[in-house]
Design a protein around this ligand. Structure first.
Ligand SMILES: [Zn+2]
Length: 405
């Protein structure tokens, strides 16, 4: 009798671990390689995302805009960075964490955090110009790009999480995980308290020279997180082409460590074949294997879905989306001479119109790149506020623009 019972329970156990979820598989297949690539290119477009660079708030604003386009509620939370690395006041600078939330339907104070740092550095090998050029494509535009793509799918497929999904884009990771330390310290105070069920951290997920039959990634583990590790390992097999290399090596070297130090359960996904362009000016978007990166994004998505949408609670139905929503993100605002903006999901015959504050039409033309970066020459405009309106089929977006010289 005892033996039969254990046989039956073993059978149930096998069923529960090997059961593949078709919903997750279908959603994973919507993750788009070109979209990931475009995200990395746009992040590299900032030239540098170095923590001490003057453009750091612009990068944060860009990320805020992207997440807002996907229906997330976003705040920029600042903290003061002081490392003692630079002798003067230049070492005391505000830094900007970008925090996007999609409220849970039922368990709102219970959260799943998806994390990636957005800052970069390129000062290895004596490169001097790192204040101006630190492309950080693999480290860590890749992780940020993956989370933006996950946010896009969640929005497009109208997925309603049960728990609150949080996307954290951290600043100043390269200065000693400063963004994530600040974040978890604030969460752990009595005023900010939330119950974090899992952290899924992505850092350097784009470098791989192997053939797709031999894709390996580092499944970096923490000794309090065996359930999450096990899930990641199973999901890699069920939903991706990846083979996990389970390790504790480097588990202190990225933002998940700050959360782990506060007892939070974490998993950290990273490439296995460490990029040879690490922290150099050569870490550019052309060195990334987007097919490999897509597989790691699928894994992060599957974990997010299981932990945040399903898990112990219930599956929530997803509606079939109609036409995908158009997106426009300003890359230069305020601006001086050229207005640059990126577009997604626009039809080929989309148009833009630039209005003055008194609704006078100043410029009007077809959008040249309905899925990419566009530029409008605005050298002839005076300082002031303008409006950019974009029309694609029956959808319209209007953005406020400021010219300051
Ligand atoms: Zn990194």
């Amino acid at each position: 009798m005892k033996r039969i019972i254990s046989l039956i329970s073993a059978l149930f156990f096998l069923m529960s671990v090997s059961a593949q979820d078709n919903t997750i598989e279908n959603l994973c297949n919507k993750i788009n390689q070109d979209s990931l690539r475009q995200n990395v290119i746009e992040l590299q477009e900032f030239s540098t995302r170095y923590a001490y660079s003057p453009n750091r708030k612009q990068v944060a604003e860009y990320l805020k805009g992207r997440l807002e386009n996907y229906g997330f509620e976003v705040v920029i939370d600042s903290f003061l960075l002081q490392t003692g690395w630079f002798p003067t006041d230049a070492d005391t600078l505000w830094q900007y964490n970008v925090i996007g939330e999609k409220q849970g339907l039922w368990a709102q104070d219970t959260t799943i955090h998806l994390t990636a740092h957005y800052d970069s550095r390129s000062d290895m090998e004596g490169f001097e110009d790192y204040f101006n050029f630190a492309p950080g494509a693999d480290d860590n535009a890749s992780g940020v790009a993956a989370l933006l793509e996950i946010a896009r799918i969640i929005n497009q497929e109208n997925i309603q999480p049960i728990k609150t999904l949080v996307i954290d884009f951290f600043a100043a990771e390269e200065q000693g995980l400063r963004g994530s330390w600040d974040r978890i310290e604030k969460i752990s105070t009595p005023f900010w308290k939330e119950d974090i069920k899992a952290v899924i951290n992505l850092d350097m997920i784009g470098y791989c020279t192997s053939d797709s039959t031999d894709y390996v990634f580092d499944l970096i583990t923490y000794n309090n997180s065996s359930e999450l590790t096990q899930m990641a390992s199973e999901f890699a097999e069920q939903y991706t082409l990846l083979t996990p290399n389970q390790t504790t090596e480097n588990n202190y070297a990225s933002d998940s460590y700050s959360f782990y130090s506060y007892g939070v359960k974490c998993v950290f996904l990273m490439e296995h074949e460490f990029t040879p362009h690490y922290h150099t000016e050569r870490d550019v978007y052309t060195t990334i294997n987007y097919h490999f990166m897509r597989e790691l994004t699928k894994l992060a998505f599957a974990l997010t879905y299981e932990c945040g949408v399903k898990n112990d609670y219930a599956t929530v139905s997803t509606k079939t989306p109609s036409q995908p929503a158009i997106e426009v993100v300003l890359l230069t605002n305020p601006m001086q001479d050229n207005l640059r903006f990126s577009c997604r999901n626009l039809s080929s015959n989309s148009k833009y119109t630039l209005f003055s504050q008194s609704s006078q039409i100043l410029k009007q033309a077809r959008i040249e790149n309905p899925n990419g970066i566009n530029q409008i020459d605005c050298q002839d405009l005076n300082n002031g506020v303008y409006f950019l309106q974009i029309v694609s089929e029956n959808q319209t977006i209007t953005k406020k623009i400021v010219v300051i010289r």
